[in-house]
Design a protein around this ligand. Sequence first.
Ligand SMILES: [Zn+2]
Length: 477
Amino acid sequence: MTRTSCCFLILFLHFTLAACTPREQAAEAPDDRIDLIVKGDYVVSMDEAGTVFEQGAVAVDEGLILAIGPAAEIEAGYSAAETLAGDERVVLPGLVNGHSHAAMTLLRGVADDLALMDWLQNYIFPAEVEFVDPEFVRIGTELACWEMIRGGTTTFVDMYYYPDTIAEVVEQCGMRALISATVIDQRSPDAENASDSLAKGIDFIERWKGRNSRITPIFGPHANYTLDAEQLKATRQAAMELGVPISIHMSESPFEVQYSKDTYGTTSIDMFESIGFFEGPTIAAHVVWPTDDEIPILAERKVGVVHNPTSNMKIASGIAPVAEMLTAGVPLGIGTDGAASNNDLDLWEEMRLASFLQKVDRMDPEVLSATTVLTMATRGGAAAIGLGDITGSLEIGKQADIIQVAFDDVHHVPTYDVISHLVFVTDEQDVASVVVDGKVLMKEREMLTIDTERVAAEARALAARIQSALEARNRSQ
Ligand SMILES: [Zn+2]
């Protein structure tokens, strides 16, 4: 560009900006309209009292819940820029997926019907070292966010590699997430060993802490059989210094408990307690094999336990004593785990299976009622991951993480008990609209923040490359 044309451009810009000023000022003038009203035949608040409003509505402004109550009162009190109509819709808080490995959507169905250690060491870990890079993580996490939003999940706790990439996807798609930097003492896709992964995790947390209110960067030490006691202590120390929680796999399988006895001389949770691991906030995934003595430790230390019934069933890890942990006062949430061990990210299915699995295990149909598991997927799950003040229920002052479920499908006709239908009938395809932080991410099943065509095309292209590499490897073996 020549000097003269540059000057003209500056002059042009100057006049353009000047011409815009009055209109911009007008746009900034206070508007008494609120952002959004979400209506429903039922509004299931999931507050402590279990309040349900028939013909209800939620008023939302600047990301927060401003009011909740009968739709007539809400609409008399507020006018909104946008309203989500409530005919044949049930409104409830967005679901909380307490444990996932989002990008593993790209490894769904690659290795099924295997036990945890065989599956991890002979299939998943080698495949990850070979195929997982930032592009894999971006596409896989986009797929997962698409699937989770479609199914009414608004918050998730993730643990995978290249956490910066995960955070960038979450920033774009509009969900809320705790994103763990994986710490593991082996060569992984993004680090060489425990100290390298811890150092990279510290860098990630320093980059993302306080950057986006929807994103909480945390540490994800993998387990006490992929890290030793000193490495686990070093991770906790770093988490304390940075003021962030930890998510970890804990007491997941009989292998882990036996390994812990052989290596540390005690059972798994007891081992964590003995090294002071619970000094800071902990989100423990699975917890299938706590002893009677360990359950009170979890309650006393306020360890948030995330139950993963499908993954525990598929890998035959066992049946977690959920009823006992709830009775003992352990904060309990629910999660899907990764799509390679589930094989989907459907929390409705997870709720239903959590309830049925516990009933048949105890031969007691009264354990884990619909209300109990719906609490685990909403308010209870949010509390278990440390976001109880922010999300998990529809209450004034909380962030507006709200979903609308369509009740027009034949399986909802007729509906006698809306909570029973949400847990024992609803599928992810019933979810109609999803709001996070007051922003509509899906409206009447149309995804607004994810270019689904592009993501599907990229996922298929990447999967074709993985497929041919796996075939070539099998031929050479
Ligand atoms: Zn996991």
